[in-house]
Design a protein around this ligand. Structure first.
Ligand code: ZN
Length: 369
């Protein structure tokens, strides 16, 4: 697999820009070759151990340019428009979008970036979608801004960058349907406040499964209203009880199979001490009882989606993993709380009650397609 994650649609002559992407493990350490207009070849980008790669490039002539990145028998093509001078959007002299990915899918995170001319470092900008939903608050640095975003719904979305009432920039993004069909009850289903922006940003490296241990476990026939109340109880437990900034987990799977969004995926969670990944909890106590079939099915779909979004190609691969209690261990990228911390979570018997190994294997199969 070879994929472009970042490429500008338009650049100016003599402007240095980057083409970034990811590649699957067989490409690691190998050279990729960039071909321009089917003629000019530029070797040089080596796929890094984490599977990322990057070309720095600069055009000397304007025009519509055909690009291709190739390696190990795979190639990916795209176009870049090279303009005589760096164009500014007429509506906004100071703010602009410069980086928009070639392909954007719902339920998949990607980076938007641009310029913020004359803004002091650390200025806060707001990104609004469809004129009403706030999805990010990037801060400026060296007169640029950059932020991770993701969309739940596919379709044409109007994205607006707001610095002040007078200073705005706008683009329309075409968000493709998601690769995995996972329906998530968004955070607004159960609470009005967003995850506080003061919590550190997260680039998830793995998934950790939990059970909430809240008793009694809800019935599989519970209504959305009852489950929403349950989310508020869990929130109160974590925020008022533990003194945390937000509910600890990123996703909670109810016995009905419905998945609730907890803490924003873009923020570091509070669930396995190290917190370098996403926390997914089965709601209830699975010390003796097993999860429902609906919970199992939702967990497999959700884990596959999150692995895909976090560029985890194979969740079965063992990687050195820091833990709280056991030093560094070789673990797969979908783990249980108990793999990192001396706890019985999620449930007992080595994860059998939550079907740990089955979830891991089924998510890996889905990812392989
Ligand atoms: Zn746990």
């Amino acid at each position: 697999m070879l994929k472009v994650t970042q490429v500008p649609q338009q650049v100016a002559v003599e402007e240095t820009f980057y083409i970034e992407g990811i590649a699957s493990t067989e490409h690691i350490g190998k050279n990729l070759v960039l071909t321009v207009d089917n003629r000019y070849q530029f070797p040089g980008s080596v796929v890094k151990p984490d599977g990322t790669w990057r070309f720095a490039f600069r055009f000397l002539q304007q025009g519509d340019r055909a690009m291709e990145v190739a390696g190990s028998g795979e190639q990916i093509g795209f176009k870049i428009l090279v303009t005589p001078t760096n164009p500014k959007p007429p509506s906004s002299p100071r703010l602009s979008f410069t980086t928009i990915p070639a392909m954007m899918m719902a339920e998949e995170r990607f980076t938007l970036a641009g310029e913020a001319k004359d803004y002091p470092d650390g200025s806060e900008l707001v990104i609004l979608v469809d004129g009403k939903y706030e999805i990010a608050r990037p801060r400026t640095s060296f007169q640029k801004w950059s932020t991770l975003v993701f969309f739940h719904q596919p379709g044409q979305r109007v994205v607006e960058l707001v610095g002040s009432e007078q200073d705005r920039a706008r683009v329309t993004l075409n968000i493709q349907p998601p690769r995995f069909k996972v329906s998530v009850m968004t955070r607004s289903t159960w609470i009005n406040s967003p995850t506080p922006a003061r919590i550190a940003a997260l680039q998830p490296r793995r998934l950790t499964l939990h059970h909430t241990f809240m008793r009694p476990t809800l019935a599989a026939s519970a209504t959305v209203a009852q489950e929403s109340q349950r989310m508020r109880d869990l929130y109160a437990d974590h925020v008022n009880g533990n003194g945390w900034d937000d509910v600890g987990y990123h996703y909670i799977i109810m016995p009905s199979g419905r998945i609730f969004e907890g803490r924003s995926e873009l923020r570091r969670g509070a669930h396995d001490v190290i917190n370098d990944g996403l926390g997914i909890a089965f709601d209830g106590d699975y010390t003796r009882n097993t999860i429902t079939e609906a919970q199992y099915q939702s967990a497999v779909q959700l884990c596959a989606l999150l692995c895909y979004r976090c560029s985890i190609d194979n969740p079965l691969t063992l990687v050195p993993t820091p833990t709280d209690t056991f030093g560094t261990r070789l673990l797969p990228r979908i783990i249980g709380h108990r793999d990192r911390v001396a706890t019985s979570c999620p449930g007992s018997e080595g994860g059998r009650t939550i079907r740990m190994e089955e979830i891991r294997q089924a998510a890996a199969r889905l990812l392989r397609g």
